[in-house]
Design a protein around this ligand. Structure first.
Ligand code: HEM
Length: 273
């Protein structure tokens, strides 16, 4: 039996269990729902990026930072942090699937969904296990080297596949940043949850971002994620806002938002260290 035919009802069955989503899955198809889920997860991540950079800005006053961290150290926020991994891993894997399709022109939604579900689940279980264990020792430098090497290999491969295509340069850079982030962001999240002190103790964080190699990795990550998110928001505005004046206004707001994120990210990388 054809895999796609046999798997389609399963995809629909899953989507049909979800309120609101089910009617779109039936009338517009699972691909439509997935495209929207990708968009919504991108928006959630962009919101979190702002919150994350604002929280880390408090490192300018280590006592204030640690006081804020201790208010976030209650089970509710720990769960929230874990659940943030869901939009991240969904967006990352679904984005990777989209890029594979763009590079090889082959789309098999059924296989794609199985990979997305299985890899996503493995990642979440691993993250949950590490968060539960706590207190794991690891060399930040070694971890950073592995993550950077992985990010560069994947984005180098993406570069080969897409750079010489006819697409706009800005679009290509968004795909390259996506390929880099695919390794670096899930890696960063795993690292930060190996041990609670890694992300909660001002002294530990400041010592880490003073290491030139990690500073370089953080710089690439900050620039990559801000570009990727801003271009993504720009394409959402272009797709949905028809009125020219409103569109220009929103693009101007987005530009200010991007500059603000860059200010926060670069200050964190270079001036708080
Ligand atoms: C972790 C690795 C990531 C990968 C592999 C990835 C991949 C992608 C891809 C391929 C697209 C284009 C979708 C399309 O044109 O239909 C996209 C869009 C987008 N991404 Fe990401 N992304 C990642 C992380 C992030 C992060 C961390 C953010 C926010 C801080 C983000 C925000 C967005 C936004 C807002 C869009 C536009 C939504 C859309 O057009 O569908 N992404 N992403």
């Amino acid at each position: 039996m054809n895999t796609q035919q046999s798997a389609k009802p399963i995809r629909l069955q899953i989507l049909e269990t979800l309120p609101i989503v089910s009617s779109y899955a039936r009338t517009r198809g699972p691909s439509f729902v997935m495209a929207w889920a990708h968009r919504i997860s991108g928006l959630i991540l962009a919101g979190y990026l702002l919150f994350h950079l604002l929280t880390l800005s408090l490192l300018a006053d280590p006592k204030l930072f640690e006081a804020k961290m201790s208010t976030l150290d209650i089970p509710f926020f720990v769960f929230l942090e874990f659940f943030l991994a869901i939009p991240l891993i969904f967006h990352a894997l679904n984005g990777a699937g989209l890029m594979l399709y763009e590079s090889f022109g082959k789309r098999d939604n059924a296989h794609m969904l199985h990979w997305l579900g299985s890899l996503g689940l493995i990642y979440l279980l691993l993250l949950g296990l590490l968060m539960g264990l706590g207190g794991q020792a690891v060399s930040a430098l070694l971890f950073g080297m592995v993550v950077l090497a992985g990010g560069l290999i994947v984005s180098g491969y993406a570069f080969q596949k897409i750079w010489w295509t006819q697409n706009a340069a800005l679009w290509k850079v968004q795909r390259l940043t996506a390929a880099f982030l695919l390794v670096v962001l899930p890696g960063h999240m795993l690292f930060m949850h190996l041990n609670p002190t890694l992300g909660h103790q001002a002294e530990t964080i400041l010592a880490r971002i003073q290491l030139p190699f990690l500073q370089f990795l953080y710089l690439l990550t900050v620039l990559g994620v801000i570009y990727h998110a801003s271009y993504g928001l720009y394409s959402i505005i272009q797709d949905y806002v028809g009125k020219q004046l409103l569109r220009l206004g929103l693009i101007a707001v987005l530009l200010l938002f991007t500059v603000y994120l860059l200010f926060l990210g670069l200050r964190l990388t270079f001036f708080l260290a």
